[in-house]
Design a protein around this ligand. Sequence first.
Ligand code: ATP
Ligand code: MG
Length: 479
Amino acid sequence: MSQRLKVKQILSDDKSHYEATVKGWVRSFRNNQFIALNDGSTNNNLQIVIDAENTDAALLKRITTGAAISATGQIIPSMGKGQRVELKAATLEILGDCDPEKFPLQLKNKPSLEYLREIAHLRFRTNTFGAIFRIRHSLAFAVHKFFNEQGFVYLHTPIVTASDAEGAGEMFRVTTLDMQNPPRTEAGDIDYKEDFFGRSTNLTVSGQLEGELGAMALGEIYTFGPTFRAENSNTARHLAEFWMIEPEMAFYALEDNMDLAEAFIKSLISYVLEHNREDLDFLANRLAEEEKQKPQQERSEMGLIEKLEFVLHNEFVRITYTEAISILKDSKPNKNKKFQYLIEGWGADLQSEHERYLVEKHFKKPVILTDYPKEIKSFYMKLNDDNKTVRAMDILFPGIGEIVGGSQREEDYEKLVQRMQEMHVPVEELSWYLDTRRFGTAPHSGFGLGFERMMLFVTGMTNIRDVIPFPRTPKNAEF
Ligand code: ATP
Ligand code: MG
């Protein structure tokens, strides 16, 4: 038997007149003669030509959309348009039948994204999700490539943790206790001393605190793993299980942190533009079609590729929270009471409508907002000399809102403990974290990039459930 080749390779080669074996799934079968075969290596199908007259009728009947097949034959120049080469089948084998009456993905009726979410186990078989998940792979690879080239150490922080260290969100409890009949303390509470870890544990909401420990010895580290938030926010931008990239760097001030984040994001965009052009073009066309359905004034000014190029070649705007508040206060939607949450003045927490106004209407560029009021940010962020603001930075993206949250960390032991007390963070429980401030503390910074938010931006998809293979959201953990 000849060598099995991937469709992508056959279509990208200039060669013809050689024998090859291909394996994949039938996308369509026309005129009892032409099979469009997809093997997942690319959205482009390989045309397989069958000699119907010399093929068993029973076999022909089994060539249905969705069936898995193997075919061997000559790769020859194609007479038809749409492809340069095709495979003239000498032998064809059905590896797995697919009942056309039952298979939910027939080409005739274009399924909606909502419907495809219900059959997420099969949606990989569509062009849209083929493109999305090949890009997701590339983007993950580009993350490691970037940090590897910068000399960062990939640190695996724990998934199961014992502290709500960050206070970042509600957590999922991890337990092996018998929930029908849990052990009780004398006071009648559930006794987690009896639990698997001898204490109450949960799934991590962020690897940052452990990441800081690594950075304070290895210099520059990053984590890239799943994080979990039991927040009941059923939005198109929140998942209960999502992947986050969290670099943490010793001796970095806030400005260095911003520079790194901007360079990092740009490198990811540049990588996919270079390596996933075919899939990006496919998604760009898809998006353009979708845009056409919208009323004129709601259509976006740029196509997907243009938007990626634009972000790649323009500097992010950097402004302080205080400057942002004054822009928002004087903005039309604020004056006309169009914002759901009106900006009354300094101190207000920014909602996604405000973030999007700044990015999409005012600056029309990615924006890095810095120096937020300490009250609306986490305890570990470095206090500025004004005693009111902290060295936080959020990166806001068009169509997405917050894509990165980060800060310079408070390295001063006394100040940090004071902030913890003010914010009711248990100092005792975090003594291991405070040790870095006791033993050779140093300025350091870091940030978290939500991988799926980045995926949304790169693919132009609008619902976060469509850029992760099996989304976990409130009331949904299927597959
Ligand atoms: P948001 O205000 O959008 O809820 P956050 O302030 O809770 O975000 P951080 O705790 O700073 O976010 O987390 C860092 C990054 O992780 C965010 O910038 C975002 O990209 C991503 N992120 C946060 N929560 C989620 C979620 N539930 N689903 C997917 N990505 C998330
Ligand atoms: Mg949140």
